[in-house]
Design a protein around this ligand. Structure first.
Ligand code: 26V
Length: 798
């Protein structure tokens, strides 16, 4: 459509007049952004169609990645980069007096996710397309993504996210491909020619309308699809409350993770899950039938991957379609279903494992419940044959027990592959949390260590570092990040190391500017930027970090000889709206910031900043500016972590526990290029099983801990007398289930070593270089290549 900047300018100006009805001189940045977006979408449309034609005509096996979250962020520069037209567009716009970065910030983040799980899905889409793999995403087009966070007086306040306010330029609504989804009602059973026939009657119907987004690979011809479903009313029922029906229908795609403490919220979440999988499966089958006769070979052409258990109803839904709509028998349908579906587990935390009460499940999804029940009965029969008489064991493994449907059990039984997301996590699944299932199905369990797309998290977000890398080793690393290892030849090249340091400084300055513009706070860019950004959760131990800051503050105040390199502790975290304890931690961080930043005695040494509304577009400025990456979860609790990889790739040094993918980062960079501390997963799990930890002893015997704990309630924070008592209680009185006090001394120790290491700037730069050079393994290209070969059995096309 345009091959040089003059053609681009001409197309841009024409498009602007046509879509906005304004002359260029009258146009706003929003008009310009929207015009550019439309132009790009048109630019990809031919290849998009070609890709799909090729998949159809050549009967290519395709994977569909089902996920309740896709955390895409902004897409303008991402698309320009992947299509290879960034330079043309940027310089064309320059000629017109437009700065591309001014257009970029107009775009709202597509924040349809919480954190790691949703961002992983977004990185996977990029890698699939970039590796020319036939793989698409299926999700929900929430009207409101994850809430917008404001910090008011140190407290988190949530506002609804309004990402669709100005429309979403990358999507195409396809009303003609809408699909009806039934809820409630009854199942009518008839017998015909010796076969049972099932019909779902008196159902309330909801229409699922697809919105498709093109997913362009990096400089390839492949354009895959992300299909997000939106819920709309079907034909309005006669004699019913029409407004109520409309509201209830639209609620399905209104919010990401509606509050599920009450039954109403539980129903809504289960509706969302079925809505996603039913619409997706029906549309996959419609497309499939245009290319193939019959469904007996479905699994040879289609793979469906379920990202955690949220889409696990794909299993009974596929069974339903194969049996009730296509007339296959149970055994054939079961073989096809299990061969089609694969499952990733993303957490071992018991409170995060999904269970649905039968009293909600059965009436909402009557036919699906019957099928789940049948799957359960057949599975229990198998268990009975294997473990005759062992009722307790059978009960603990059953899919339905004690009036609850256990989604993870359904996922394991109904799929051919179950994977964890880091080596340690998979071992914990195999030998601890899911050991009984592992014994029954050893062949299903496998590991796929997470990865991130280096094209987003390095090439796009850290252009200066990317340029330095390309100048040094060429640009092969962009398509194959293992080439980053060639950077090791520069380990003793002082001019290269100097460049590395000045790029880091420039990135820090950029972040400082952004923080100053937002909060008015001034930050010393020569201080160590020590950063912890991730969802707020007790197991991630933001508390340990802030206690360390309190300890440093106390030390500085009490010991005039105490030396430390100036440090800025940066936090970014959203807490679930109903997560009381997590919100206390946010308040504590802000209270410490208030205290420390305003004390003339410490303010040149210590600084604490809480970044409001942490999200993808902010993260893109945070990772490149980090010196120290905080990955300090209680060992065994963080399935993988992916922020750890983004920091590493941008040259930050990890301070971390041997948890999740930190273990593998440690292996890659070696002992001397990472700061490891704290209990091992083994030790933590042993404490859980055998007891022996008494946090009170640490409180009494370590004066540093005692002082910090006491400050939570002795008026140290003057305006908040009993605000932090629940934190004190959980650590001291309720035995500190995440071992914060247990790991405190070890953490202080490693932090002291970290600070000292930073002062040897030559050594620090070398460490940083090793981290960048060894980060290739953590590219999602490697991860996706493994999924493609070992689970999905799909192949690169063209
Ligand atoms: C969910 C919940 C919901 C209820 C309250 C407690 C709780 C705790 C954790 C979760 C996590 C759900 C699954 C998830 O997001 N896992 C994350 O997946 C990432 C991608 O694999 C991985 O890097 C993170 O370690 C893992 O926590």
């Amino acid at each position: 459509m345009f091959s040089d900047k003059d053609e681009f300018k001409e197309a841009f100006l024409k498009k602007l007049e046509m879509t906005c009805g304004k002359s260029f001189n009258e146009s706003t940045v929003k008009d310009q952004f929207y015009t550019l977006g439309l132009l790009i979408r048109e630019y990809v449309s031919t290849e998009w169609i070609n890709t799909n034609e090729h998949y159809r005509i050549d009967k290519v096996k395709q994977v569909y990645y089902f996920s309740i979250e896709f955390l895409l962020g902004r897409l303008l520069r991402h698309n320009l980069l992947n299509l290879g037209i960034e330079d043309i567009v940027e310089s064309g716009l320059n000629d017109l007096g437009i700065d591309l970065t001014d257009l970029e910030v107009v775009e709202s983040d597509a924040g349809l996710g919480n954190g790691g799980l949703g961002r992983l899905a977004a990185c996977f889409l990029d890698s699939l397309a970039s590796l020319n793999l036939p793989g698409h995403g299926c999700g929900i087009r929430y009207k409101h993504g994850l809430f917008e966070q404001k910090i008011v007086d140190g407290y988190q306040v949530e506002l609804p996210d309004q990402w669709l306010r100005n429309g979403h330029v990358w999507e195409v609504r396809k009303a003609d491909l809408a699909i009806e989804i039934p809820f409630w009602g009854e199942v009518e059973v008839r017998e015909e020619k010796g076969r049972k026939l099932f019909r779902h009657i008196n159902a309330e119907r909801v229409t699922a309308v697809p919105y498709d987004m093109p997913i362009a690979g990096y400089k390839t011809d492949t354009i895959n699809t992300l299909r997000l479903w939106s819920a709309e009313p079907s034909r309005y029922p006669i004699n019913q409350d029409v407004l109520k029906y409309k509201k209830e229908t639209e609620a399905i795609s209104e919010f990401l993770y509606p509050d599920d403490t009450q039954d109403e919220g539980k129903i809504l979440r289960l509706k969302q899950q079925y809505f996603l999988v039913s619409a997706s499966i029906k549309s996959i089958i419609q497309t499939y039938k245009r290319q193939h006769r019959g469904l007996s070979e479905f699994h040879k052409y289609i793979s469906i991957h379920i990202n955690d258990t949220h889409p696990v109803l794909a299993i009974p839904e596929l069974m339903r379609v194969l049996m009730d709509e296509e007339g296959l028998g149970w055994d054939t349908a079961w073989r096809i279903t299990t061969e089609t579906i694969s499952y990733t587990n993303h957490t071992t935390l018991s409170e995060a494992l999904e269970k649905w009460p039968v009293r909600i499940f059965q009436p909402l999804l009557p036919r699906i419940f019957m099928i789940v029940n049948e799957i359960n009965e057949r599975f229990c029969q198998k268990l009975w044959d294997r473990y005759p008489g062992e009722w307790e064991k059978i009960e603990s493994l059953a899919i339905i027990a004690h009036d609850q449907v256990k989604m993870a059990h359904l996922a394991i039984v109904g799929s051919h592959s179950v994977n964890g997301v880091a080596a340690l996590h998979t071992d914990i699944l195999k030998y601890r949390e899911m050991n009984q299932f592992y014994k029954i199905y050893p062949e299903k369990f496998n590991n796929k260590t997470n990865g991130i797309t280096h094209r987003n998290w390095l090439l796009k977000s850290n252009p200066h570092l990317s340029n330095l890398i390309t100048e040094s080793i060429g640009d092969k690393w962009i398509k194959n990040p293992n080439h980053l290892e060639e950077l090791l030849t520069y380990s003793n090249d002082s001019s290269f190391l100097d460049s590395l340091a000045s790029i880091k400084l420039a990135n820090k300055k950029k972040l400082v500017k952004r923080i100053e513009a937002q909060t008015g706070e001034k930050i010393d860019e020569h201080s160590i930027f020590d950063i912890q950004v991730k969802r707020l959760h007790a197991y991630k131990r933001q508390l340990l970090n802030i206690f360390h800051v309190m300890y440093l503050y106390n030390r500085l105040k009490e010991d005039s000889h105490f030396h430390m390199h100036p440090r800025t502790f940066i936090f970014g975290a959203k807490a679930s709206p109903g997560y009381y304890f997590a919100k206390k931690v946010i308040k504590l961080i802000n209270a410490v910031a208030q205290k420390v930043n305003n004390d003339p005695y410490t303010k040149d040494k210590l600084k604490v900043t809480f970044l409001e509304n942490y999200r993808v577009s902010l993260a893109e400025d945070v990772f490149p500016a980090a010196d120290v990456s905080e990955q300090i979860s209680t060992a065994s609790k963080e399935a993988s972590g992916t922020g750890n990889m983004k920091f590493m790739m941008n040259g930050a040094i990890t301070v971390g526990t041997l948890d999740g993918a930190n273990v593998e980062i440690h292996e890659k960079v070696g002992e001397e290029n990472i700061f490891i501390f704290g209990l091992s997963a083994e030790e933590v799990l042993n404490y859980y099983h055998h007891g022996g930890y008494h946090s009170m002893e640490y409180y009494h015997h370590d004066k540093r801990i005692q002082q910090v704990m006491d400050q939570l309630k002795n008026g140290f924070f003057p305006e908040v007398m009993d605000e932090f008592e629940p934190i004190f209680d959980s650590l001291v009185m309720e035995n500190d289930q995440y071992f914060v006090l247990r790991d405190f001394a070890s953490y202080v120790n490693i932090q002291e070593r970290t600070g000292a290491a930073y002062e040897n700037s030559m050594k620090w730069r070398q460490m940083s270089l090793v981290n960048i050079a060894k980060s290739g393994y953590f590219s999602s290209d490697r991860t996706i290549d493994e999924y493609a070969k070992e689970i999905w059995r799909i192949h690169p096309t063209r």
